[in-house]
Write a protein that binds this ligand. Structure first.
Ligand code: NAD
Length: 504
């Protein structure tokens, strides 16, 4: 455990010290660039200690990073896809080789637990391998013959793209966007979240070590309202892949509107897990607990609303409360830890504020509800709100912490109405042994993804994304390529049709 912390601190120290200024700068044009902009502090959420400082990119630095991506685009988009496949597979190999180092950095930078981050680092490698292997077929299109024409479609990389990511599982989430963009032939400027910037630097270094040409993948640090805003307004950027809050998605849409940017948004959620009384209740408890308290509840697909059929509500909620109270909260680097700290004092204050909201709305705090006593980091007890109603703010707003709101429902229609009564529509989880009901409820949920009798298990060829305020567009499989590429139709006449003769 000590050695993991040493490994992580050593790595962060190296990244801080990679410039003379002693602060984390940028990486573009194939090299590390010292930042000259305003600095901001980055915390270790488990101790509250300052890990280091990072630099907000200046306008000139951001412009240089985008120019690097624009200059590299022609060659990279014309590079044989087999070569792109080779290089991106090499990125995957190097991620696997350094997975422990990446996971350790992620733990101290984001407060996420080792038990999840060690897997997330490997999932980052899988993301690269998955899209690398599809690079040779990315440009493939359709044949759409008509009576007089043979139509066929092809795809081409759209251009330099911006990738803007949040802090909750920074490394894995960024690979989910960057790997398909690079495989498609796009060049990338990545801006990671300011609260957890270190693993993004490891990724860009690894990608260059794997042989990615200079300028193809660039990373700038900075705040959303400065660096993020400039990046999404830059005319050379053709598309923005963004993961973060719904309100930030709106801002990015406004910022990109002047230059007509294509946008792909993966935003917030208030996802229901719906438990009918005919379900395998032991498994449903396992899944409900896992889906809200893993990743410290800072997970877009977390099941933050527990909708339970009234006949089993009390007993089910009691079991969940027992498990919540029993969760092992502690040092994220300890492999036994199940729940780590919240990312930042500001986020901690937001999560904590919902305790008073819950009390004032008349819900009962059945587990947790307090900061962890004696902790120096930003630890909050895994919390369960019982006797809640769908009309309450704790049932409608994304809290994004280890906080679950349990609401009773009467029948299928009531469950569906309550599940859909939020502005979000990312994921839904349905627990029942009745196949017909599973199909009816899945169909009626206004969400992008449904898991039946399962927690969230990703299969990379399937579409990932949400409806309503949870997002625009889908990732995964060919959906990713569709976003990072332009489709062109070519119509070839068979010489069989008559062309109208005008002005004869
Ligand atoms: P956030 O929106 O505050 O920040 C995300 C990123 O956007 C950061 O890099 C930030 O610097 C940048 N940003 C902020 N303002 C910007 C602006 N005006 N222009 C350009 N960039 C800007 O989100 P967060 O707090 O870092 O992350 C938590 C949110 O992310 C939650 O709402 C969560 O549900 C969501 N999320 C969604 C998914 C998904 O797949 N749907 C996955 C993970 C997280």
């Amino acid at each position: 455990m000590g050695s993991k912390r040493e490994l992580a601190l050593g790595m962060v120290g190296r990244l801080n010290g990679s410039s003379d200024s002693g602060a984390l700068g940028h990486f573009y044009g194939g090299k590390s660039i010292e930042g000259s902009g305003t600095r901001f502090e980055v915390f270790d959420p488990s101790t509250g200690a300052v890990l280091g400082q990072a630099c907000d990119a200046t306008e000139a630095e951001l412009g240089a990073a985008v120019s690097s991506a624009a200059d590299a685009f022609g060659d990279w988009s014309r590079t044989a896809p087999q070569i792109r496949r080779q290089i991106l597979n090499k990125v995957a190999d190097l991620i696997v080789a350094r997975a422990d180092e990446i996971a350790a950095v992620e733990c101290i930078d984001s407060g996420q637990c080792w038990r999840f981050m060690s897997k997330a680092a490997l999932r980052g490698a899988e993301n690269f391998r998955f899209f690398a292997d599809r690079a040779p077929s990315a440009a493939d299109g359709l044949a759409l013959p008509s009576a007089d024409h043979v139509n066929f479609t092809t795809r081409k990389a759209i251009g330099p793209v911006a990738v803007i990511t949040p802090w909750n599982t920074p490394f894995m989430l960024s690979t989910w966007k960057i790997a398909p963009a690079l495989a498609a032939g796009c060049t990338v400027v990545h801006k990671p979240a300011e609260w957890s910037p270190y693993s993004a630097r490891l990724l860009v270094e690894i990608a260059h070590e794997a042989g990615l040409p200079a300028g193809v993948f660039n990373a700038v640090n900075g705040l959303g309202e400065t660096t993020g805003k400039r990046l999404t307004e830059h005319p050379a950027i053709k598309a923005v892949a963004f993961v973060g809050e719904s309100s930030t998605g709106s801002a990015i849409m406004r910022q990109g509107s002047q230059t007509l940017k294509r946008v792909h948004f993966e935003l917030g959620g208030k996802n229901p897990v719906i438990v009918f009384d005919d379900a395998d209740l032991d498994l449903a408890v396992d899944a409900a607990v896992f889906m809200i308290y893993s990743l410290n509840g800072q997970r877009c697909t977390s099941s933050s609303r527990l909708l339970v059929q009234r006949s089993i509500y009390d007993s089910f909620v009691e079991k969940v409360a027992e498990r919540a109270a029993n969760l092992k909260v502690g040092d994220p680097l300890d492999p036994a830890t199940e729940v780590g700290p919240l990312i930042h004092p500001r986020h901690f204050a937001k999560v904590q504020s919902y305790m008073d909201i819950a009390r004032s709305e008349g819900a009962r705090i059945a587990a947790g509800g307090e900061p962890v006593e004696g902790a120096s980091g930003f630890f909050f007890q895994p919390t369960l709100f019982a006797n809640a109603e769908q009309s309450m703010r704790i049932a409608k707003e994304e809290i994004f912490g280890p906080v679950l709101t349990a609401i009773p429902f009467d029948d299928e229609a009531d469950a569906i109405a309550k599940a859909n009564d939020v502005e979000y529509g990312l994921a839904g989880y349905v627990w029942t042994s009745d196949v017909g009901r599973a199909l009816r409820v899945s169909d009626a949920l206004d969400v992008g993804m449904v898991w039946v009798n399962s927690e969230n298990v990703r299969h990379l060829p399937t579409p990932f994304g949400g409806t309503k305020a949870s997002g625009i567009g889908r990732d995964g499989g060919d959906w990713s390529f569709d976003f990072y590429m332009e489709t062109k139709n070519v119509a070839l006449a068979r010489g069989t049709h008559t062309i109208q003769r005008l002005g004869v």
